[in-house]
Write a protein that binds this ligand. Structure first.
Ligand SMILES: *Cc1c(COP(=O)(O)O)cnc(C)c1O
Length: 378
């Protein structure tokens, strides 16, 4: 038996390889490689898919967050709330613009930002007379939405800008709305390993606000005016999306819902097979459609988790711990002064969860091997 990877990129590309080759060839023949018609078409198609009013193609998902923060007027010295249990990039983007992350905890069932923890951090900020918090970045982790009704309400009360980190949940919904379209801006990553991935780095910012969209269009391209390319209105950057990546994404976007359905089907298969194992299965609130960017299980203890991961490896099944160190305990953020125990649910999740393969091309035989191996380990 060959190894079962966490994600099988080659299997995904195989049935669409000819379409991708044709799309890339079309771009090469056009001689237009940066932004241009191909990126414009992708942006239109993403607007149609998400019902966002504006979509702005950018260099990657991390830059998408940085640009969204800048476009919303967040900058040096500002504070931005972000869950501790997420990929580094979410908080890294905050520091990149000279702002400071304020880490909050997660809901232990959904692994997404916990509104109670957000409220608590406002009480603490008021008591310590800390600088004002300007924005919040809920992360739609693993393929499902954060509790946006609660987040938007808190944001309204405290006058916060909301940026939804939709890197892992492009195509998921919350109350039938696409993730990334409910806040002031939503940021998407098309890193190859995401549910919709390019053949390289790529990203997008979604927004329903024309002013923000106009600013983003300039910021991504050196801050230059749209018709006057050497008149620089903002302090922008080179965060442009290239046409070859856009052309690949246009082919793959057509398959995204089908692929996500395949992931949902695999998750349902796992759920019924693993329900009596004592492992905590993914929890999906009624408001959410989860698209299983990762299918994540939680063991009772770190030892149990590590034992399962080790046994899966022995059985030639790839699994992964997302994320082994919560951000508030990362060496690079030690200057913020968080201690072990300050965000308990994030720490527990980092010690006891693991992801198993859920990609749509998995066969039933492979799913059974994975299930069997987990049960053996238990
Ligand atoms: C992947 C990811 C990013 C960063 O996206 P890149 O395109 O790799 O820059 C940001 N946030 C989260 C939650 C991610 O998973």
């Amino acid at each position: 038996m060959k190894r079962i990877p966490l994600l099988d990129m080659k299997a995904q590309l195989k049935p669409i390889r000819e379409d991708i080759n044709k799309a890339i060839e079309r771009v090469i023949n056009s001689g237009s490689f940066i932004l241009g018609k191909e990126v414009g078409k992708l942006e239109e198609e993403i607007c149609k898919y998400t019902h966002a009013k504006y979509a702005i193609g950018v260099s990657n998902g991390t830059d998408a967050i940085t640009l969204a923060l800048e476009a919303l007027g967040i900058g040096k010295g500002d504070r931005v709330i972000v869950p501790s249990f997420t990929y580094y990039a979410t908080a890294g983007a905050i520091t990149r613009i000279g702002a400071e992350p304020v880490f909050v905890d997660i809901n232990p069932k959904t692994y997404c930002i916990d509104s109670k923890s957000v409220k608590a951090c406002f009480e603490k900020a008021a008591k310590n007379k800390q600088r004002r918090i300007k924005a919040i970045i809920p992360v739609h982790l693993y393929g499902q939405s954060a509790d946006m009704d609660k987040i938007l309400k808190i944001a309204k009360n405290h006058n916060l800008k909301v940026i939804e980190d939709t890197a892992q949940s492009f195509g998921a919904t919350y109350r039938y709305k696409k993730t990334g379209t409910m806040g002031d801006a939503g940021t998407v990553s098309f890193f190859p390993g995401k549910n919709l991935g390019a053949c390289g780095d790529a990203g997008m910012v979604l927004t329903n606000n024309k002013k923000i969209a106009d600013r983003l269009l300039k910021l991504r391209n050196q801050g230059a005016g749209l018709s006057d390319k050497y008149r620089h209105i903002h302090l922008g950057h080179n965060n442009r999306l290239d046409a070859i990546q856009a052309s690949v994404l246009r082919v793959k976007l057509k398959f995204l819902d089908r692929w996500n359905k395949g992931r949902i089907k695999n998750a349902a298969y796992y759920n019924s097979a693993l329900k009596d194992t004592g492992l905590m299965l993914p929890f999906v609130p009624k408001t959410n459609m989860h698209i299983y960017h990762q299918y994540v299980l939680k063991a009772k203890t770190r030892q149990a988790r590590d034992r399962i991961v080790k046994h899966l490896n022995k059985k030639r099944v790839d699994s992964r711990v997302y994320y082994p160190i919560p951000l508030h305990l990362q060496p690079c953020f030690s200057y913020l002064g968080y201690k072990k125990g300050s965000l308990l649910e994030s720490e527990i999740a980092s010690q006891s969860t693991f992801a198993i393969p859920a990609y749509p091309e998995l066969t039933v035989k492979e799913l059974d091997i994975i299930i069997c191996s987990i049960k053996e380990a238990l």
